[in-house]
Design a protein around this ligand. Structure first.
Ligand code: SAM
Length: 329
């Protein structure tokens, strides 16, 4: 199938991230405020509207979907949406990004509905640091969720950690060892200016520092042979056979030129970049039962208008008005 979602720089888009809610049961400091006014439930796209959007996007070339939020597992009956999306012609891959708090309770239903890829966010194995970062308790629940996902048969299971200098760089090695022990793929993410807190470059714990720490304290690493240049993570494998580790170096090694993603927010706005300032409303079209062709044209135009990339490393950078939890990470 030809990909019709090409931008002016020739980038094809097949990867759609769908936020199903802006609500979250954690309050990660780098992501959102403690006190948040959440979207009214009537603002959220219904499952039928999301599925309709995907039915339009799939023939244009979208074949990969990731459900996110907020915390996607806070949206009731999520397995029903998974089932609906897996049934759309052309969709070959539906995944989820979750903080894992509610995962143990839902993981089997998600697997049975057709979900196969799962990313679980976990920045520390230290309960104190967990509380400081998330402003909540729940480390045990996240670990239970990870183990439940493994038991349900999810493979691979990726564990994502945002690393912030002065906050959790001491967690890099324990997390890497935990992942090796349980056959998980650990991925470290450079801290980005997309949350409600005050971001400073000095707080970014850079990819090369993470790699150095892993090589010194865990095991030597080499780049993987089947490296996918379109994937955001640089992937390495431990030479001792202890699995893989990924680094998402959004700041020190932006991957915008190979970006293949577009995003649909929980309230039905289409964004061609995590850091986009402009977004396009598709909810009104979906609610008005607009013809597929009209919605397709809006998607095509939004992709075509995509900029070169985020400008975090320039003086031109402007932080989007929405914080991460309301965009969909
Ligand atoms: N609640 C789900 C979760 O925790 O995975 C999905 C939404 S969350 C916004 C998605 C991802 O964005 C998480 O891995 C989170 O750590 C990451 N994230 C949030 N704010 C970030 C920031 N300022 N820099 C880098 N990653 C961030």
């Amino acid at each position: 199938m030809s990909n019709q979602l090409i931008d002016t720089l020739g980038r094809g888009h097949n990867n759609l991230r769908i936020s199903v809610t802006d609500r979250c049961n954690l309050r990660c400091t780098y992501c959102m405020e403690e006190e948040v006014v959440f979207m009214d439930r009537s603002e959220l796209l219904t499952f039928e509207e999301v599925a309709r959007f995907v039915q339009v996007a799939a023939p244009l070339g979208v074949d990969k979907i990731r459900l996110t939020g907020g915390e996607p597992l806070m949206r009731r009956e999520l397995p029903r949406l998974v089932r609906m999306l897996c049934a759309v012609d052309g969709i070959r891959d539906v995944g989820i990004t979750t903080n894992g708090i509610l995962l143990a309770d839902h993981v089997q239903a998600l697997y049975d509905a057709g979900l196969r890829r799962i990313n679980i966010s976990l920045d520390t194995l230290n309960p104190e640091t967990f509380r400081r970062l998330t402003r909540r308790d729940g480390l045990e629940k996240v670990i239970d969720g990870i183990l439940a996902a493994k038991k349900a048969g999810f493979q691979p299971i990726k564990v994502n950690a945002v690393t912030i200098r002065g906050v959790n760089e001491a967690d890099v090695v324990p997390l890497a060892r935990f992942a090796r022990e349980h056959g998980l793929e650990m991925r470290f993410i450079e801290y980005m200016p997309i949350g409600a807190d005050h971001w400073e470059r000095g707080k970014v714990y850079f990819a090369h520092e993470i790699l150095e720490q892993l090589e010194q304290e865990v095991a030597p690493l080499v780049p993987v042979e089947d490296y996918d240049p379109r994937a955001p993570a640089m992937e390495f494998r431990y030479t001792d056979g202890g699995g893989r580790v990924g680094i998402i170096a959004s700041i020190s090694r932006p991957f915008c030129m190979s970006c293949n993603r577009l995003r649909l927010t929980a309230d039905g706005k289409l964004r061609n970049c995590l850091f986009a300032i402009d977004e396009v409303d598709v909810k009104a079209l979906l609610r008005a039962n607009a013809p597929f062709a009209d919605i397709a044209e809006v998607i095509r135009r939004n992709v075509w208008a995509k900029w070169e990339g985020h400008e975090i490393n320039t003086s031109r950078f402007v932080k989007p008005l929405r914080t991460m939890h309301a965009i969909g990470g």
